[in-house]
Design a protein around this ligand. Structure first.
Ligand code: HSE
Length: 323
């Protein structure tokens, strides 16, 4: 049996969660997959990050070539660096060299979908990004596997944990926008620069990935009409509540006789609607498929361990495929 070699790129919130799951749950992972694995490299600038997770300091490196060159021996990289140019370059090179990639980086995958897919095809490697949409919720894999016989006509979701946490804290605890955002940062839900979260850009990236996989239509995230929550005031939230509604940041795509339509924006959701009760960092995704009918997926959309769970799920699928 081949021992699968894994390199972690970035040991921040998500990379750290991934490391913790791979080390602490090693026994059940090996029992359930029958595959042995080892973490061979951690590409991370700060030694304290390795110390925080009890990782062996000898794994620390900033030599990217030793990880992604064709003869590195690495089978899978987890790109959890965040950002755009460097991660895209690294993922493209790794894939072309036959090294599989798992990433939660929705911005990078959404903007460079074709390039990365082509690189994966060229290198006969796997590119998986379940963690990029809905954090710990398995949504992209079911769409591509169990549900792949469906034409999907409707996708509607709460896709960003940070903004949902902020809107929930403003409504339920009367917190100010600033205090609620600080809470989202402290809990590791927000991106290091939370602009993409609060301006709806993160949701647009996720909607892009859902649309291409569920509806077969790629739309660059910059072409998705997008509005975030920065203009939503406490007064708006209270007024909506008095009308029997909650304000949620909604990502919506429809593909039907009226055409193909999509947007991200804050909307008033009636209190008896299933999405109204999705609170804090939780996400939910509603799908309508012509065979399966209506489906709802619900779970933690952000945070170290939920996102790490989705990443490790992708790693396990690749490990099994590599045997
Ligand atoms: N910043 C993102 C969110 C992380 O709040 O949803 C998970 O994609």
């Amino acid at each position: 049996m081949k021992k699968v070699k894994i390199a972690l790129l970035g040991l921040g919130t998500v990379g750290g969660g991934t490391y913790d799951i791979l080390t602490k749950n090693r026994d059940i992972i090996m029992e359930r997959t029958g595959v042995d694995y080892e973490i061979t490299h951690i590409f991370e600038k700060y030694a304290e990050q390795l110390e925080k997770h009890g990782a062996d300091l000898s794994l620390q490196t900033l030599d990217i070539d030793s990880i992604i060159s064709q003869d590195s021996g690495v089978d899978i990289i987890v790109e959890a660096l965040g950002g755009m140019d460097f991660p895209v370059q690294v993922m493209t090179r790794a894939l072309k060299n036959g090294i599989s990639v798992v990433t939660p980086n929705k911005a990078a995958v959404a903007a460079n979908y074709d390039t990365l897919k082509k690189a994966a095809d060229e290198g006969h490697a796997y590119l998986k990004f379940e963690a990029a949409v809905g954090g710990g919720i398995p949504i992209l894999t079911p769409i591509q596997e169990q549900l792949s016989c469906n034409h999907f006509t409707d996708i509607m979701g709460i896709l960003n944990g940070t903004t949902n946490y902020i809107l929930t804290k403003m409504l339920k605890q009367g917190q100010s926008y600033e205090d609620a955002l600080a809470g989202a940062k402290k809990n590791g839900f927000a991106e290091p620069d939370p602009t993409a979260d609060v301006e709806g850009i993160d949701c647009a990236n996720k909607l892009c990935l859902l649309m291409v996989l569920a509806m077969g239509r790629y739309v660059n995230p910059q072409q998705i009409p997008t509005k975030g929550i920065t203009d939503v005031t406490m007064e708006d939230i209270q007024a909506a509540y008095n009308r029997g509604c909650v304000i949620k940041l909604i990502a919506h795509a429809t593909l039907n006789e009226d055409g193909f339509n999509y947007y991200v924006k804050p909307e008033e959701i009636p209190l008896d609607h299933p999405l109204a009760s999705v609170s804090n960092e939780f996400n939910a995704i509603y799908l309508d498929g012509d065979a399966v009918g209506e489906l709802m997926f619900y779970g933690k959309g952000a945070g170290a361990l939920p996102t790490g769970s989705a990443i490790v799920g992708d790693i396990l699928a690749i490990m099994k495929a590599l045997q």
